[in-house]
Design a protein around this ligand. Sequence first.
Ligand code: MG
Length: 190
Amino acid sequence: MKYEEQSTEKQNIFKLITNEMISKKLAKAINDQINAEMWSAYLYLSMSQDIYAKGFKGIAHWYKVQFLEEQAHAAIMINYMHSQDARVILAPIAEVKTEWKSVLEAFEDTLEHEKKVTAMINNLCDIADEDKDRAAANFLAWFIDEQVEEEENARDLVNHAKMIGDHIGGMIMLDKELGAREYHTPSPLK
Ligand code: MG
């Protein structure tokens, strides 16, 4: 029997069990964030494909690692929802761009996208503050640090690509450097 079909008495017992540890507003915002992290993963996988087609296998590999990281971010959020007895509801993942004019353009889009993600994480923190939800604030602190790193990495890529310009030798070196990236399981999943 569905929750809605239960008697009021049973619904109240259910509420008692689930304990509502997290506000509905925060639960909704984290669900939206799970979707955004999955969209990020899909975006970076798409960039990886386009860059691979352009012949830069190392940079394509870097984006594939980024794809794995974004999925890990979604998994961290899902684990938190479970720890708070909140329901995860998955929504469709929106379409992503499939072609970029250049590697530099992909790097610039990455930086712009990460800035948007930072704003979303900041919004989650604002809701946690409104709720005086210390557990959520503590949980979100990891993401605040992560976004500082993500933005710095993307900014470095933009700057390096700008310095290299049309020098194919420089691009080949960057390709080799980024191809060495290893995936590390983020600490909250260890
Ligand atoms: Mg992310």
